[in-house]
Design a binder for this molecule. Structure first.
Ligand code: PGA
Length: 250
């Protein structure tokens, strides 16, 4: 995996195939050498985006996957099909899926396992809600999410896991948390991975990124932190102008 800062663009369910293709094209035509850009369009937009970025250094990711490779699972998407479409990464456990679809840490664990088996790098989202934070439960929540997601996962030297720390209440709010608060959470995540999977994995196979109202003005403050390899961007990734401003600021 490249050592450049990761800029992961999560387009959620906000852009259809045509708009995604056009945006991916504009990004692919621009100078993105400061970062490893990873585009996460909706499932129906994966192919058009893959066509637009083909032959460039920009990578493709899906926003979710299922935990079985094949079978009678109506409406679900196989990791093998994501690989066939050119995906290198897959987001699992985004807080919007935890909230609206009731995804559990156990399901997320199974998705991580199958993603790695298929050769995808999982981008595992963790983060506390506002209530959990104000009640002092942040550390407990993060330790539980990371431990259940990753316990027993074996990684060879070439495999990576990306953990995205996304405090739930700042997602889409336009107001990110301060970098020192993110630094504190990232240290805890690093330490938890070290406890669960050992020092070699924590230091060599793990990347931690920050997500939640990242923009061109605050991205540098997050990238300067210890244990921080990039950012996961929602709202500010929806136009070429704002995404490329983030890449430029890396
Ligand atoms: P945001 O979204 O940048 O709009 O806060 C981030 C995310 O949900 O991944």
């Amino acid at each position: 995996m490249s050592n450049k800062p990761l800029v992961i663009a999560n387009w959620k369910m906000k852009l259809g195939p045509e708009d995604s293709h056009e945006l991916a094209h504009d990004i692919a035509d621009a100078d993105t050498k400061n970062a490893q850009v990873v585009l996460c369009p909706s499932f129906p937009s994966l192919l058009p985006v893959q066509e637009a970025i083909h032959g460039t250094s920009i990578a493709l990711a899906a926003q979710d996957c299922f935990w079985e490779r094949r079978g009678a699972y109506t409406g679900e998407v196989s990791v093998d099909d994501l690989v066939a479409l050119g995906c290198q990464y897959v987001i699992v456990g985004h807080s919007e899926r935890r909230e609206h679809l009731g995804e559990t840490n156990e399901q997320i664990h199974k998705k991580i396992r199958i993603a790695l088996e298929a050769g995808l790098t999982p981008i595992v989202c963790v983060g506390e809600t506002f209530d959990q934070r104000t009640s002092g439960a942040r550390d407990y929540v993060l330790i539980e999410q990371v431990t259940t997601a990753l316990q027993g996962i074996m990684l060879n030297t070439k495999e990576h896991v990306i953990v995205a720390y996304e405090p739930v209440w700042v997602i889409g709010s336009g107001q990110a948390i301060d970098a020192p608060q993110a630094a504190d959470a990232h240290r805890l995540i690093y330490q938890t991975v070290l406890d669960v999977l050992g020092e070699t994995v924590a230091s060599k196979n793990l990347r931690i990124v920050y997500g939640g109202s990242v923009d061109a003005d605050n991205v540098a403050s997050f990238l300067s932190l210890e244990h921080t390899s990039g950012v996961l961007v929602g709202s500010a990734s929806l136009t070429a102008e704002s995404l490329l401003a983030i890449v430029k600021a890396c």
